[in-house]
Write a protein that binds this ligand. Sequence first.
Ligand code: ZN
Length: 57
Amino acid sequence: MTTPSAPVAARDIPSDQRGNCAICSTLIQRYGAGGNPLCRSCLARVQGDAERKKPSA
Ligand SMILES: [Zn+2]
């Protein structure tokens, strides 16, 4: 069984794709394929907040 989205260690991120999370400044893969301006935990929190803000009706 494979792990499709294993966490990427900062040292494994190409230097030109490294960046800091926009919220907590953790070093992440911010650019390039698979890059994201937020780290996984902040992204999850932001998405969770967005879900909660939606009207349930
Ligand atoms: Zn973060």
